[in-house]
Design a protein around this ligand. Structure first.
Ligand code: AMP
Ligand code: MG
Length: 287
C-alpha cells in the first residue's frame, strides 16, 4: 500500500475512524500501532514534510474561496491524556499552515466568567470563521472528561452533555464546519516515560506539575470516560479518529494525513477574478 501524499489507495480516515454507534474499547487499540503506514521513522518524517506543503496549498485555497463567499471552515479538535502530544501536534502539524488563517486555542480550567455560562459558550466564542482552520487543544470534551473523573458536576448534568455536544456539532457541520476530531491515544508506560523525561530536563520543568502524577493515578477513570465520550460522540456529522500516539512521528504523519484527506475532500477552489484582466494590465502599463 502506498502512503505518499497524493496516493488515492489510502484512506486513513476510514482506517482510524471510530464507527458511529460502535462501542469503543481502548484496550483493543495498541498505542504503538501505525495503521496505514509502512516503513520507518525517516520515511514518516519525509512524508509529513511533503504533506505539509500540500496542506499549505489546500489551506490557501480554503482561505481564497472564502473571499468569494464559501463559508466552509475546518475545526481540528485535539484530545488526549497529559503528554499525549496535543501541543506537539500543534507545533509540528499546524505549523505547516499560514498562521494568518488559523485560530488556535488551548482550553484550560474554566475562568469564573466561563463557569458562569453554558459549557459550550467558551468554545462557541472562538470557532473558526469562513476559510479558517480552527485548532482546539482540549475542548468542550473536557466537560465530559475531567469534569466527570473529578466529580465537578453531578452525573445527571454531565450525562446529558453527550447529546448536547452531538446536536451542537451537527448544527455546525450543517453550517459548513468540517470537524476533524482526533484522540491521541498513548499508553500508560509511555506516559511514565514522557513525565520522567520532563523531570530529567530542567528546561522541561515548566511543563510539569506534581498534580500530573495525581491525574495519572486516575488513569482508569479517564480511560472509561474517554471510551464513553468517543462511543457516544463519534457521529456521521463529526466522527472521532483514534490516532495511536506512542510514536511522535507517526502521530504527526497521521494527523497531517487526516487533515490532508479532509481538505482534499472539501476541494476548495481559487475564485475567478471578477475584473477584466486585460484592461487592468493595460492600465498598469500605460504611463
Ligand atoms: P494543560 O493542558 O496541561 O495546560 O492543562 C490544562 C488543564 O485544564 C487540565 O488539567 C485540564 O483538565 C483542565 N481543564 C480544561 N478544561 C476543563 C474544564 N472544562 N473543566 C475543568 N478543567 C478543565
Ligand atoms: Mg499539563
Amino acid at each position: 500500500m502506498g502512503s505518499k501524499p497524493g496516493a488515492d489507495d489510502l484512506s486513513l480516515r476510514a482506517l482510524l475512524r471510530l464507527e458511529p454507534g460502535a462501542p469503543v474499547d481502548l484496550a483493543a487499540h495498541p498505542p504503538d500501532a501505525m495503521p496505514g503506514f509502512e516503513g520507518g521513522k525517516q520515511r514518516g518524517i519525509d512524508e509529513t514534510a511533503a504533506l505539509g506543503k500540500e496542506l499549505a496549498t489546500l489551506q490557501e485555497r480554503l482561505y481564497a474561496a472564502s473571499s468569494a463567499g464559501d463559508r466552509r471552515r475546518v475545526l481540528l479538535v485535539l484530545q488526549g491524556m497529559d503528554t499525549s502530544g496535543k501541543g506537539g501536534t500543534v507545533k509540528h502539524v499546524v505549523g505547516h499552515f499560514n498562521p494568518a488563517g488559523c485560530r488556535i486555542r488551548a482550553f484550560k480550567t474554566p475562568t469564573p466568567e466561563e463557569r458562569g455560562h453554558h459549557f459550550l459558550w467558551r468554545v462557541g466564542n472562538v470557532l473558526p470563521g469562513a476559510g479558517e482552520i480552527g485548532i482546539f487543544d482540549r475542548s468542550h470534551y473536557e466537560d465530559v472528561l475531567v469534569v466527570r473523573v473529578h466529580g465537578l458536576v453531578p452525573r445527571s448534568v454531565w450525562s446529558r452533555r453527550f447529546d448536547e455536544i452531538n446536536a451542537w456539532e451537527r448544527a455546525l457541520a450543517d453550517d459548513g464546519v468540517a470537524f476533524v476530531k482526533v484522540f491521541l491515544h498513548i499508553g500508560f508506560e509511555e506516559q511514565r516515560r514522557r513525565l520522567l523525561a520532563r523531570l530529567d530536563r530542567p528546561h522541561k520543568h515548566w511543563k510539569f506539575s506534581p498534580s500530573d502524577i495525581a491525574e495519572r493515578e486516575l488513569w482508569p477513570g479517564y480511560q472509561r470516560a474517554y471510551a464513553e465520550a468517543l462511543t457516544r460522540c463519534s457521529t456521521e456529522a463529526a466522527p472521532w479518529y483514534l490516532v495511536p500516539a506512542n510514536r511522535k512521528w507517526y502521530r504527526n504523519w497521521a494527523v497531517s494525513r487526516l487533515l490532508f484527506e479532509q481538505l482534499r475532500e472539501l476541494d476548495p477552489q481559487y475564485p475567478a477574478g471578477d475584473f477584466d484582466v486585460a484592461r487592468s494590465r493595460a492600465r498598469l502599463l500605460a504611463e
